[in-house]
Design a protein around this ligand. Structure first.
Ligand code: FES
Length: 97
């Protein structure tokens, strides 16, 4: 599947990804800059990204929601380390924030 990242300079980078990979893993494999202070444990909130087509990923679970709420994140913000790609994720668009 193809995932598009919109980088901070607004350029786009399209990468290949597989179902079951985490978004953070895809980003690290493709040298897309992202902070991951807790190493993907879902506790630091540093890997936040904006999901432009939210229907392409499963909704956040309670643990992720509590971190996002604590950081007063908008509804379209997710933790890259907690988003697992599915077969429905082809065409996913992610904006770095
Ligand atoms: S890397 Fe820390 S919450 Fe995702």
């Amino acid at each position: 599947m193809k995932i598009t990242f919109i980088l901070k300079d607004k350029s786009e980078k399209i990468v290949e990804a597989k179902a079951e990979e985490s978004l953070l893993t895809v980003m690290e494999k493709n040298d897309i800059p992202i902070a991951a202070v807790c190493g993907g444990a879902g506790i630091c909130g540093s890997c936040r990204v904006r999901i432009l087509n939210e229907d392409s990923v499963a909704p956040a679970k309670d643990h992720e929601l509590s971190i996002l709420d604590a950081l007063q994140s908008d509804d379209d913000i997710r933790l890259a380390c907690q988003v697992t790609l599915t077969e429905d994720s082809d065409g996913l668009r992610i904006e770095l924030i």
